[in-house]
Ligand binder design. Structure first.
Ligand code: AMP
Ligand code: ZN
Length: 488
């Protein structure tokens, strides 16, 4: 089964990995740009790579998983123009840009942990690798594929494309790209309209800037990933990932930079996750149609009928293959919640099953089918369909309609552990939501009774105070027609 997986996606056997130096499987994923909260679309991408990481680890690979934090170098336009997103937000919030970075990095990590994503092996930042970005830029200039003009360094795309395939990832024609790109207006410093910046001269008011051989400036959008992937995974590594929207520009330029720097294309396999959409439209910060994970957990969003647990959200994401678009809706989440609950209820039933002397089922074929699904480009919807076969087996055995031996029951336990808990990263709801122990349940009942009494006595100051203090303690109280509920 591993052969099949390796044949399909990696092209190397485990033995070959062990024989090479360094003996790890390198995986680089473009991380968040930390000038605002991550939305659910971003989470989909990070969850997809978390699943891949978990599965590779499950198969026994030693994986070095690098996911960067973009904390500098992002301008609003994708043509190296416009305001710096970090500076703009800093001004708005009257904070230092690095306070913005800190705030949203911490928030991002909290959300990743709530959704049970494993932390990457290394989480390097763009601002922590300015020297490395400058070194690569210097080398590309030396190699004749970049030029400096007026303090900004540009990558010469047309010169590069003369001897290399610039559009290897998208198979688009260079002429077509040129046609669709605005002509230079004579004000710009670059030679060709497809040229992009490796280093950008800072205007005096720019806050995040560093000295360089070309004057004071800051790195361009793409160079950080070339610098950090090369530093931690070498000039060539196994998997490079990110959302589909990064393919045409960010990753295309990253490959060009790496080839111009050292003659090698960085990754053996480029994996791109498709977009999470809302009513068919990409969820995006700029379109204003984003849902924040916290809005989902608390249910505080006008398009949601209730809150959903992080594990329901995770299960929802896994129900669609990472290469397909996934449309987000309240109804889809309600269906996922139902399915996820069934999965967990059957696990409880499995703990109580009594073994028979003979079997009428073939659990090992089911286990194989689960591996086959994952080996086929991490096909989680097919995996989940097989897991529902397991549920049917468990429930039928419980109803005495089929019989399972002790070794069948043990194998079903293994399937749950390996595929549901280890690989899909789902947790039992109690663990996942940090659902309270019996003691906390009791205390919460008391607190909510006191709040209710205060409200009945029209003592709204006290009832609001209770709610605010609970919020500070990370406990959300929700009033609805059905009554009061709370969650951590
Ligand atoms: P950003 O913070 O905007 O740089 O995005 C972080 C990651 O989320 C990138 O890999 C993006 O490609 C990905 N991403 C952005 N929007 C979506 C979306 N709607 N669905 C899935 N992934 C997304
Ligand atoms: Zn990147």
């Amino acid at each position: 089964m591993e052969k099949l997986f390796i044949y399909n996606t990696l092209g190397r056997t485990k033995e070959e990995f062990k024989a090479i130096n360094p003996p790890f499987l390198g995986m680089y994923v473009c991380g968040p740009t930390v000038y605002s909260d991550v939305h659910l679309g971003n989470c989909r991408t990070f969850m997809s790579f978390d699943l891949m990481y978990r599965y590779l680890v499950h198969l026994g690979y030693k994986v070095r998983y690098v996911r960067n934090i973009t904390d500098a170098g992002h301008l609003e336009g994708d043509r190296d123009e416009g305001d710096d997103k970090f500076a703009k937000k800093a001004k708005l919030m009257q904070l230092e840009p690095m306070e913005i970075v800190q705030k949203y990095t911490v928030g991002f990590r909290d959300i990743m942990a709530l959704l049970n994503n494993l932390p990457p092996s290394i989480e390097p930042t763009a601002t922590g690798h300015i020297i490395e970005q400058q070194e690569i830029t210097k080398q590309i200039i030396k190699n004749g594929l970049a030029y400096e003009h007026n303090g900004t360094v540009y990558f010469d795309v047309e010169k590069f494309a003369k001897t290399n395939n610039y559009t290897a990832l998208t198979n688009r024609k260079l002429e077509e790209l040129l046609e669709n790109t605005r002509e230079l207006d004579g004000q710009e410093d670059k030679k060709g309209r497809l040229d992009f910046a490796l280093w950008i001269k800072a205007k005096p008011e720019h806050l995040m800037k560093w000295p360089s051989p070309w004057g004071v400036g800051f790195p361009g959008w793409h160079i950080e990933c070339s610098a950090m992937s090369t530093k931690y995974l070498g000039e060539q590594f196994d998997i490079h990932g990110g959302g589909m929207d990064l393919q045409a520009t960010h990753h295309t330029n990253e490959i060009a930079q790496n080839i111009a720097y050292c003659g090698k294309s960085p990754a053996n396999y480029w994996l791109h996750t498709n977009m999470l959409t809302v009513n068919g439209q990409k969820m995006s910060k700029s379109l204003g149609n984003s849902f924040l994970p916290m809005e989902l957990f608390t249910g505080e969003h006008h398009l949601l009928s209730k809150g959903f647990s992080p594990m329901t959200v995770r299960f929802f994401m896994m129900q669609t293959h990472y290469r397909s678009t996934l449309d987000f809706s309240n109804d889809a989440l309600l269906a996922s919640e139902k399915a996820y609950t069934r999965l967990m209820e059957s696990y409880k039933v499995l703990q109580t099953l009594k073994a028979s002397a003979t079997t009428s089922e073939n659990v090992s074929t089911l286990e194989r089918a689960c591996y086959d699904a994952m080996n086929d480009d991490f096909n989680t919807p097919v995996l989940i369909a097989h897991l529902f076969d397991a549920i049917r087996m468990i429930n039928s055995a419980n109803d005495k309609k089929v019989s399972l031996t002790q070794s069948d029951i043990d194998l079903l336990q293994k399937i749950y552990q390996h595929f549901i808990f280890d690989v899909m990263g789902l947790r039992k709801e109690e663990e996942a939501t940090g659902k309270a122990s019996a003691a906390l349940e009791g205390v919460m009942q008391l607190v909510l009774e006191l709040r209710d009494k205060a409200k009945t006595n029209k003592d709204f100051a006290t009832s609001d105070d209770i709610r605010n203090k609970l919020t500070q303690a990370n406990i959300q109280v929700k009033d609805s027609k059905e009554g009061v509920s709370w969650s951590i």
